[in-house]
Design a protein around this ligand. Structure first.
Ligand SMILES: Cc1cc2nc3c(=O)[nH]c(=O)nc-3n(C[C@H](O)[C@H](O)[C@H](O)COP(=O)(O)O)c2cc1C
Length: 184
């Protein structure tokens, strides 16, 4: 896959099965993240790989978070929370680590951490894998943050679900550029 083909044709893949990237293929995702523009080279992110039984363990935390927010949650919602992370063989939590810096404001560091998440997804696609970036209420739930060691101003920017795409009819229309571009 050449670079332009990747840029013009990448899509998110909501349905994923094993295998997920492992070994050098997984390392390539992190190396792609380390290539994104990063003012001051602050590396304002860290990544938590959730796979195997880790997905069930974090699912139990999601269930606890659901019940903390809504003790009356019905069985369907409880089951969904418990098995949320099992929608892919691997989930990488992308966590921002913004620091006070005299020249690099917080928003620039957040942009860099977001770019890192996207670069990881692109590296997955380039190697024949697929993924989707999800957030949802659990990304900000105190119990989930605590379980993943996220504290203070740090944020879970997303859960990058990764694996091998199972084809779906999920298609996102892409707009014409004229509505978004002006020339000065
Ligand atoms: C910060 C962020 C959070 C997102 N959260 C979710 C989410 O919780 N659930 C979801 O289905 N899509 C979420 N998305 C959107 C998908 O990642 C994806 O972009 C969307 O489904 C469109 O598909 P595409 O990437 O092929 O255009 C999120 C995207 C971003 C950038």
């Amino acid at each position: 896959m050449d670079a332009l083909d990747l840029l013009l044709n990448r899509t998110s893949e909501p349905k994923l099965e094993a295998p997920a990237p492992q070994g050098q293929a997984l390392e390539n995702l992190f190396q792609a993240a380390f290539r994104v523009p990063d003012h001051g080279m602050l590396h304002p992110y860290r990544f938590v790989v959730i796979e195997g039984e880790g997905r069930q363990k974090l699912g139990e935390v999601c269930l606890a978070a659901l019940l903390a927010a809504d003790p009356e949650a019905d069985d369907k919602a409880r089951d969904k929370a418990l098995h949320l992370l099992e929608r892919a063989p691997m989930v990488v939590a992308v966590v921002s680590k913004v620091q006070d810096h005299p020249k690099v404001p917080a928003f620039e560091q957040l942009v860099t951490a977001g770019l890192a998440a996207h670069a990881m997804q692109m590296a997955a696609v380039a190697q024949g894998f697929g993924g989707i970036w999800r957030t949802g209420a659990y990304a900000t739930a105190p119990l989930v943050r605590e379980a993943l060691g996220v504290s203070g101003e740090d944020e879970i920017l997303g859960f990058l679900y990764l694996g091998t795409p199972v084809p779906t009819k999920f298609k996102v229309p892409r707009p014409d550029s004229s509505a978004f571009v002006s020339h000065f």
